[in-house]
Design a protein around this ligand. Structure first.
Ligand SMILES: NC(=O)c1ccc[n+]([C@@H]2O[C@H](COP(=O)([O-])OP(=O)(O)OC[C@H]3O[C@@H](n4cnc5c(N)ncnc54)[C@H](OP(=O)(O)O)[C@@H]3O)[C@@H](O)[C@H]2O)c1
Length: 247
């Protein structure tokens, strides 16, 4: 089975300056797609272009997705006016803080929900506009987390934001099915990225996962498959990637 894209197939990838989003952007680009890579860190976005297989098909946009969430649909439209219609969206941006219930503070709770739930919702709203996507065959993948199924101590807020995301994706998928647009989630356990904190890397935590810590491509491989026409019958799903540990 070979997955190939062409440069007329444009994908927005958020979180493209690091970790899972970065690897997904590189993989899509290598397979022939055009990528609009969104992140906040300019230097890392520049490095992404330098690492790309086809730098001429890797475009970067520096953006804080939480600075004006209600205007994100207009932002997606402005990207469409600049680059053309989109084949897909990967929402890979995210933050996660390990914090027990007694420590949580309202502004931080809001920030986590803004990044992990409100922003993807409004990016999806922009993408869902029929003038923005390519219609039948278009697809979105949202990076949720194993925490949305089975949360550990300290994931009170993070787990809630990811569970909200996964639940909404199912509903969005059903709404967009009439246009042939597919929407799915992936829910990894620990992945080797800058987000993975010391607690999650501890030996005790690792005992939960038979294969230990995943690499970014273990997640990107599934994301790219779900974006491709090989997955044309798959929508409204949430795939756990945890080597069978928690699931
Ligand atoms: N790593 C894991 O163990 C793990 C496990 C399960 C799920 N996940 C999920 O996987 C996704 C990717 O995480 P990762 O591990 O790849 O983390 P990462 O390496 O820390 O990357 C996070 C990305 O999100 C971007 N981002 C964060 N806040 C943003 C904002 N306000 N506006 C725009 N971009 C923003 C960052 O951009 P800048 O760096 O440019 O600021 C960065 O590109 C997240 O949703 C995370 O919850 C991760």
């Amino acid at each position: 089975m070979e997955i190939k894209f062409d440069k007329e197939q444009r994908f927005i990838v958020t979180g493209a300056s690091s970790g899972i989003g970065e690897n997904t952007a590189l993989m899509l680009n290598k397979l022939g797609a055009t990528v609009i890579a969104i992140g906040r860190n300019k230097e890392r976005l520049q490095m992404l272009v330098e690492q790309s297989y086809s730098p001429e098909n890797m475009f970067t946009e520096q953006k804080d997705l939480t600075e004006d969430i209600p205007s994100l649909p207009q932002y997606v439209k402005s990207l469409k006016d600049k680059y053309g219609k989109f084949q897909g969206l990967v929402y890979g941006a995210g933050i996660g803080k390990v914090e027990p219930l007694q420590m949580i503070q309202y502004p931080e709770v809001i920030k986590e929900f803004e990044t992990n739930y409100f922003a993807p919702l409004f990016m999806a709203k922009g993408f869902a506009d029929r003038r923005i996507n390519n219609g039948s065959g278009s697809a979105c993948v949202f990076v949720s987390s194993i925490a949305s199924f089975c949360s550990d101590k300290g994931h009170v807020v993070y787990a809630g934001s990811k569970a909200a995301l996964s639940a909404s994706v199912k509903s969005m998928a059903k709404e967009l099915a009439k246009n042939g647009v597919r929407m799915n989630c992936v829910s990894p356990s620990a992945v080797n990225t800058p987000m993975l904190d010391e607690h999650s890397r501890s030996e005790e935590q690792m005992k939960k996962y038979p294969f230990g810590i995943a690499e970014t491509e273990d997640v990107s491989n599934l994301i790219v498959y779900l974006l491709s026409d090989k997955a044309k019958f798959i929508s409204a799903q949430n795939y756990i990637i945890d080597s069978g540990g928690v699931s």
